[in-house]
Ligand binder design. Structure first.
Ligand code: PGA
Length: 258
């Protein structure tokens, strides 16, 4: 990480934690976070399922827990006949700050294309929130030597053509699909190499955004691997799934030394 960019650690709870469980988890997290200080420039976001957002928001705001509220997905339209969907506008009303978009699980199981992801990014930005745009390759793509091409293409599809200051404000999350939920973390060298490639791709269409844009790594991050990964100069934090469901483990990752 570069000190000026700071570090963002985001807990992606996925389809876990009903609102009772979410309240317990956020209170545990709050107690641990409030018992100490965060390293300078460090930020935490929590991404509960939609049904737990309001509960987590209320707990965070009333107990002054130092975390930003996040969501895992949104629709690209503000309202309308889209049964079962939740809009970016609705999330903004709950003081959501970060919205994950283009997670590989959504691309894989719900057919989200680069085009859909770009429209969701439009909606998130339109409502003053920050997208966390996920990119990453499959194991087959990595083994075929296509990882970088795939990821660079996803970065362009998400961000090319947007104003430089907008590009500089978003968060990209490099999540190799083979590392998600598998216990198989990318090596620090591989993660750093790909995060550097992502930053250099941004440089092709928004050169002045490269120093500011934050690039997270995600995929089986644990307290044991966090410190080594954070040593990579292009890695500005983590998108954490499994380990974010355990308050103690998430806080250890949040406090990892850079
Ligand atoms: P994981 O998930 O930490 O459980 O691998 C990361 C993610 O999918 O965001």
């Amino acid at each position: 990480m570069l000190a000026e960019r700071g570090v963002l650690v985001s807990g992606n709870w996925k389809m876990n934690e009903n609102h009772f469980e979410a309240l317990k988890l956020v209170q545990e997290l709050g107690a641990l976070l409030l018992a100490g200080t965060l390293p300078p420039g460090r930020e935490v976001s929590l991404h509960p399922p939609f049904t737990s957002l309001r509960t987590v928001q209320t707990a965070v705001e009333s107990d002054h827990i130092p975390v930003a509220l996040g969501a895992q997905n949104c629709h690209w339209e503000d309202r309308g006949a889209y049964t079962g969907e939740v809009s970016a506008e609705m999330l903004a009303k709950l003081n959501v700050r970060y919205v994950i978009t283009g997670h590989s699980e959504r691309r894989q199981y719900f057919g989200e294309t680069d085009e859909v992801v770009a429209r969701k990014i439009d909606a998130i930005l339109r409502h003053g929130m920050v997208p966390i745009v996920c990119v990453g390759e499959t194991l087959a793509e990595r083994e075929a030597g296509d990882a970088e091409t795939k990821v660079r293409g996803q970065v362009r599809a998400a961000l090319e053509g947007r104003p430089t200051e907008v590009v500089a404000s978003v968060v990209l999350a490099y999540e190799p699909i083979w590392a998600i939920g598998t216990g198989r973390t990318a090596t620090p060298a591989d993660a750093q190499e790909m995060c550097a490639a992502i930053r250099s791709e941004v440089g092709h269409f928004a050169p002045s955004a490269t120093a500011a844009i934050r690039v997270q790594y995600g995929g089986s991050v644990t307290p044991e691997t966090a410190e080594e990964l954070l040593a990579g100069e292009d890695i500005d934090g983590f998108l954490v799934g499994g380990a974010s469901l355990d308050a103690q483990r998430l806080v250890s990752i949040v406090r990892a030394r850079a």
